[in-house]
Every structure is written in C-alpha cells, then in structure tokens.
Design a protein. Structure first.
Length: 605
C-alpha cells in the first residue's frame, strides 16, 4: 500500500503534460533531428554526440561534450511509436517519473527500514514543483532517465550491504553503465557510496577501516566507468571536449555559495519556478554576496551535525554530491543559467528525505491540544496539496516555447534576460513588432543592455539593414563595462562586426575586427570565422592555420570543419589530405545537402 501512493501521485500530477506540445530544444532534438527518425540509426547513436545531427551548425563545436546514447535511443523509440505527436512523448516522461518515484520509495525504505518515512519522502519527491522542467519538457528527460538506472544501482548496493550477496554488487555495477550512458553526471554515484560507508554505516569501528572499505567499493565502479569513457572517446574523438570558460575559478568559487542557497530556496519555497534564475557573479570573498550565503550554509551544516542524525546527514550529503556536477560546470554557464531547475531532480531526494524526517519527528510530539500523529498528517497533507498545485500549474507553462518564455519574463519583471529570450522567440515565429517591443522594454530597464543591442543588430541584419546593424554593435562596443563578462561580450561584438564589415566589402575593417575577436577570446567560433574570411579572400595558408586551431578545440566528429579543411587542402594542391577530409565529411554527414557536390569533387581528385 505504501509503495503505491507515491508513483500514483507522480502520475496524477503529471497527466496534464499530455496536453503540452514541444518546447524549447524539442524543436531541434525531436522535430529536426533526422538521426532519431530512422530506427536503423540506433547503432549510430552510440558513436555520435547528442548534437551530431546538426552538421551545419557551429553549435556542435561548443556542445559536443554531450554523449548520451540512451537518451537518443529513447527518442528513437518514441519517434518510431508516436512520430511527432507530442502527447505520446509526454506520456513516456510521466511514466519514467512515476517509475523513478517508486524507486525513491524503495531506496529510502531500504536505507532507513521505515515504510512511512519512505512513503512521505517519495510522495514529496513525486510532486515537487522543481521537477516540472524534467517531466513536462520532453528534452528535459535526461535526469529522470539517468535516475531510472542509477537509483536501482544504489538500491542494489544497499541490498549488498545488508545481505552480503555479491550478486547485488554485480547488479549495481551493471546498472551504473546505462546510467552513465543516459547522462554523464551519474559519475557521482561512487562518491555517494563512499560517503555512505564513511558517514552512514557504522558497523566498522574507526575511520581507517571505513575509509578502506569506502575506497574499495568505490573503486569497483572503475570498470563500467572505463567502458563509458572508451565509448565516449570513440563517439566524440576526445574524452573531454574543451569548452571555453567564461569565468575564472576564483569567481566561480566565490559565486558557488549563492548558487547553492538559490537551489535550496527552490526546494523549500514553492514559488518563482521558471527557465532562468539570474545569479550575479560574485567577484570578492569579502562581499556580503559571498559571506551571507556562506554563513547560512555553515549554519545548516552545524544544525545537521548537532542533531546527530545519520539519516539527516545522508540527506545533506546526497543533496550536495548530486549538485557537484552542475556546480563544476559554472565556469561555462551564463549567469542567467547558473541555476537550472532540472539539475535538482536527483538532489531533491535529499531535501524530501530531510523534510520527511522532520515530519516524522513532529509525529512523535504533541502540539498544544493536537496529537503528534494528527499534526504530522496535517503537515504532510498540506505540503502535498500545495506542491501538487504549483507543480501542475508549472507543467502548463511548458505547453510550448512561447509559453515558457512569457512565463520567464513575467516571473522576472526587473530582468532584461527573459525579455530578450521572449523577443527572440517572437522574431523566430515571425512576430517582428512584438519582438522589437520586448527588446525596447529591455533597453528601458537597462539602457546599456548589451544583449538587446546585439539582438537588435541581428534583427536589422536579417532585414538587410546592414548600416543599422553596424550602428547597434558599435553602440554596444562602447557600452561594454568592466566585469567578469567583458571578454565574452567584446569577443561577440568584434566577431559580429567583422562579419558585417565583410558583407559591406570592407576587408580591412573585417579582418581587424575578426582578429580582435580571436585575440580577446581564442575559441572555435572565432577561429572558424577568421578562417572563413581568409578562405573567401584566397588566403588559404592563413585559413588552414585557423581551421587547424579549431580542430584543437572541437570534436573530431564536427563534420563541417572537415569540409572546410578538405576545400582548403584542395586549393593548396594537397590532394591526399583533401581526399581524407572530404571522405571524413561524407562519413559524418550522410544527409548533407551538398553531399553529391562534395562526392563529385572527390572523384575528380
């Protein structure tokens, strides 16, 4: 009976997602992804990145670190059953969330041996509003899919600890691999298990024996991890694809306490859920933006330690360990994406367990004239109803991309970033007047809003108003102030100006601006732009230098770069090297529009 309630709650509160369409990245990952539309492409999914289908975009150069073949396999299966009918995809997401919720119940019950506690923790997990991004958004399923394998892996470890049967540990190791193939953050599982050995289980006396066993058990996961990294290297060409860091490590460390506090707030305050949560980068450890959050976190840690509760300690450790991967990625995120709700899917189990422990303790106390049981029942019922209401409402926000961005703007009335997102989506949908209105609002809020100026320049360029586009960028260049984002903005502005001046047939200005963008931020996008400029001007040696630099910072599976290299070698008379690159392009881009043209040239060499 206890086990049935949480997954039932998960399904009942997720059912309204079936009326949603596709939103945000779904447009590309589902509707424009040719790789998932043929069941025969399944083997290719295991040898390519998530974005490998997007062969014509520089997006691959910066995001090709995502190797998630089971995520892509799920999408292939979904498409074979439902095609582009959105309700089927949402049904699959809801079912996976319900299955994960059931596993939360079994894990907590196995860990604590208290069914009521497990039911409350799993019930709270089932309806937590922060999960809407992972459940109501089709492409947000990566975390629930990972949890579908990872929680049974952790459960099997717990069964091994209780029974001593090695077969359970074998099952845990076997499930760890598909968890990794769903999302790379599953790598944190051995750290969770090591923490359990050190802090939760106390059957060994002394720190050293516990440390030895923790290290031994965690090291067992090296084998499936090695298999994963081997597959990853085959697919991406690198174990880790270099991604440009926007911020220094000192700034990231100073900002981390504020980010953790924001994640905690999203867990306990059921309000303000949306796609963006802007956190201003903290540039000094002496500022209150660092000291205040740090003091709060220190107080929470001290309170957990004083309570001497192994379950609460486990809950806190679980929360922070599963937050470590997104925290490690802060250097590459824009400030409006420092906090992302989908990253709370697994960490939230720790907070839900901690709340369940609090409610359980409430049941043991008498409050005024009310018995503890009645008080605890009223508390958990109220919490479930409140969270369910917010969760269901938030699911509706993900009806489509425009709905997501409108909600984002409404939830952040004083912020320019959501207005810019909304403006861009209006423009994509052909609503130019609405797009420009939102961009003007952003400039009213922040007269020197660089993103607004850059986007207005893009709007002007799309309508052929090149002079106006240049004016907006020159205005933006003069408005760039000091701060951690200075390099990123200047690089983008010089890059765009270089392209515009090239179109205006001003080669000297174009070259100087493109070279400046490279000097400010040596990055694949900038190298390729300068390389293309040199190639178009017949300066093939200089173009080759830029393209070869680009190879050092992108995946070997980046198809378009091989085409550029092939054409450059071709112009330089290096026939054999040109053949190699042309063949790589044809292998990596089987559906490219210019495939026949490239093939003909290859035959001529």
């Amino acid at each position: 009976m206890y086990a049935v309630i949480p997954p039932t709650l998960a399904l009942l509160t997720s059912v309204n997602t079936l009326w949603n369409g596709f939103a945000f990245d779904d447009t590309q990952q589902v509707l424009r992804n040719e790789l998932i539309k043929k069941f025969g492409n399944l083997p290719l999914i295991f040898t390519n990145s998530v974005w490998s289908f997007n062969v014509d975009s520089l997006l691959v150069a910066s995001t090709d670190s995502y190797y998630r073949p089971l995520f892509m396999a799920l999408f292939t299966l979904n498409y074979s059953i439902f095609g582009a009918t959105a309700w089927g995809w949402h049904l699959v997401n809801a079912l996976i969330h319900a299955a994960v919720t059931l596993m939360v119940f079994f894990v907590v019950k196995e860990l604590t041996e208290r069914k009521w506690l497990a039911a409350v923790a799993a019930g709270l997990f089932a309806v937590h509003p922060s999960h809407s991004e992972s459940v109501a958004w089709v492409s947000g399923i990566t975390d629930p899919l990972m949890a579908l394998f990872l929680l049974p892996a952790f459960y099997s470890y717990l069964r091994f600890r209780k029974s001593g049967r090695k077969s359970f540990m074998v099952i845990s190791l076997a499930l760890f691999l598909p968890a990794l193939l769903s999302k790379e953050t599953a790598l944190a599982l051995p750290l969770v298990i090591a923490s359990c050995e050190l802090l939760f289980f106390r059957d060994l006396r002394g720190l050293w024996p516990r440390l030895v066993r923790a290290t031994t058990l965690a090291s067992l996961f090296v084998v499936p991890a090695a298999i994963y990294f081997m597959l990853r290297r085959i697919a991406l060409g690198h174990t880790f694809v270099p991604i440009g860091a926007r911020f220094g490590i000192d700034l990231v460390l100073a900002t981390t306490p504020a980010v953790i506090v924001k994640y905690l707030a999203l867990m306990v305050i059921p309000a303000g859920y949306n796609l963006q949560h802007y956190i201003a980068p903290v540039d000094s450890v002496l500022s209150m933006s660092f000291l205040g959050p740090l003091a709060l976190l220190a107080a929470i840690v001290a309170a957990i330690w004083l309570m001497r509760s192994r379950v609460l300690t486990f809950a806190g450790v679980w929360f922070i360990i599963w937050l470590l991967p997104p925290l490690a990625g802060l250097r590459s995120f824009e400030p409006q994406y420092f906090v992302q709700e989908r990253y709370l899917y697994l960490p939230s189990i720790g907070i839900c367990l901690a709340l369940a422990v609090g409610i359980e303790r409430l049941a043991a106390r008498r409050l005024f004239t009310f018995s503890g049981t009645k008080t605890a029942t009223a508390a958990v019922t109220s919490l479930l109803i409140l969270w369910s209401f917010v969760y269901i409402n938030q699911n509706g926000v993900w009806a489509d991309t425009l709905s997501v961005f409108r909600h984002c703007a409404a939830s952040n009335p004083g912020s320019t970033h959501p207005l810019i997102l909304l403006s861009t989506e209006y423009y994509v949908q052909g609503m130019r007047q609405e797009a420009e209105e939102e961009m003007r609002k952003a400039l009213e809020l922040e007269p020197n809003c660089l993103d607004a100026m850059i986007n207005l320049s893009q709007f002007a360029y799309n309508t052929g108003e090149l002079n106006t586009a240049v004016e907006y960028l020159e205005q933006a260049k003069g408005a760039v102030g000091e701060g951690p984002q200075k390099r990123g903005y200047l690089s983008r502005i010089y890059h765009d100006l270089g392209l515009l001046y090239d179109e205006q047939n001003k080669p000297a200005l174009a070259e100087s601006h493109l070279k400046q963008s490279v000097e400010i931020l040596p990055y694949p996008k900038n190298w390729v732009a300068l390389g293309d400029f040199y190639f178009d001007g017949g300066r093939y040696e200089e173009a080759l230098e830029m393209y070869e630099l680009t190879q050092t910072g992108t995946s070997a599976k980046y198809a378009l770069l091989h085409l550029k290299l092939g054409r450059t070698y071709d112009r330089l008379g290096q026939v054999e090297r040109a053949r190699v690159e042309y063949n790589k392009y044809l292998d990596l881009a089987p559906d490219a529009k210019d495939r026949s043209e490239v093939f003909r040239r290859l035959m001529q060499l």
